[in-house]
Design a protein around this ligand. Structure first.
Ligand code: HH2
Length: 273
């Protein structure tokens, strides 16, 4: 189980070892480049590095277990050996098992442990898990997302899933929840989830939020590209922090951490680096 820092949110650096991720696709496909970037994020103050080998951007195609493993394993192994707290961003039990064997301590699943084998693996290993809400699947999720009340439905889904996962043997303390910004949600759905994030935080599980460089920011800012969404990312992150987010998943670790430290001082409590 990964112990979250007290007094400020944890910064989870994003490391996509993929050819097609929406913001850093192709940049870190070579293991050496991925490892160097992971170490740089560690130097910049990342509490966790989240390593993914399959893009979940809207329209992305699935990858085989073999391909996912060959992308992530060398990177997980090298970073864990350097003392990085590694999270593996996967929905596949086979990938999670090998990543945990190689030193990963967190399983981050955009499908919220819908796979029962993955659920019991996480229970056996005692790792931390992040359960994320998604409506539909990446290939089609942005076509026509619909909710009666997105805030209530996402919270109900996550609490119900967390309880199922606890019944499967994962400890309550090891479970984090995430409303899944951009995963089967319109701009208005994303804004409502962020505006009312305190309602999810009240459910009693640490909340992770992933807004970094996402397309809703591009829309709000007049179609700016992913590489030009840092200010929007930081604004959304500090507001999420003020509503109880405990883990911020970010491509820009140094900036996210500095913003979080200042925000925390204003919110109250000691400064924790
Ligand atoms: N977002 C992405 C991937 N994994 N996991 C959690 N828990 N929450 C998120 O919001 C989240 C996530 C998508 O971002 P990214 O990894 O940058 O892109 P891609 O999926 O294209 O690799």
């Amino acid at each position: 189980m990964f112990e979250l820092p007290l007094g400020r949110p944890a910064i989870m650096g994003v490391l996509n070892v993929t050819p097609d991720s929406f913001s850093d696709g192709g940049e870190f496909l070579a293991p050496e480049a991925a490892i160097a970037h992971g170490l740089q994020m560690q130097e910049h103050g990342a509490d966790i590095v989240d390593i993914g080998g399959e893009s979940t951007r809207p329209g992305a195609s699935p990858v085989t277990e073999e391909d996912e493993l060959s992308r992530v394993l060398p990177v997980v192994e090298a970073l864990a050996a350097k003392g990085v707290a590694v999270s593996v961003d996967t929905s596949k039990a086979g990938v999670a098992r090998r990543a945990l064997d190689s030193g990963a301590v967190i399983v981050n699943d955009v499908k919220a442990l819908s796979d029962l084998e993955l659920r019991s693996l996480c229970a056996d290993r005692g790792c931390s898990v992040c359960l994320m809400h998604m409506q539909g699947e990446p290939r089609t999720m942005q076509l026509d997302p619909q909710y009666e009340d997105v805030v209530v439905e996402v919270r109900e889904f996550l609490v119900a899933r967390a309880m199922e996962v606890e019944e499967a043997g994962v400890r309550h303390e090891s479970i984090w929840v995430d409303p899944g910004i951009g995963f089967g949600k319109t701009l208005e759905h994303n804004l409502a989830l962020l505006r009312h994030l305190d309602r999810l935080a009240e459910a009693g599980y640490p909340v992770l939020i992933g807004v970094s460089r996402k397309s809703f920011l591009g829309k709000l800012l007049g179609d700016v590209p992913a590489a030009d969404r840092l200010e929007g990312t930081l604004a959304a992150q500090v507001l999420a922090q003020s509503k109880g987010a405990r883990i911020l998943r970010s491509h820009d670790v140094r900036e996210a951490k500095r913003a979080a430290i200042v925000a925390q001082a204003i919110l109250g409590g000691p400064t924790v680096h």
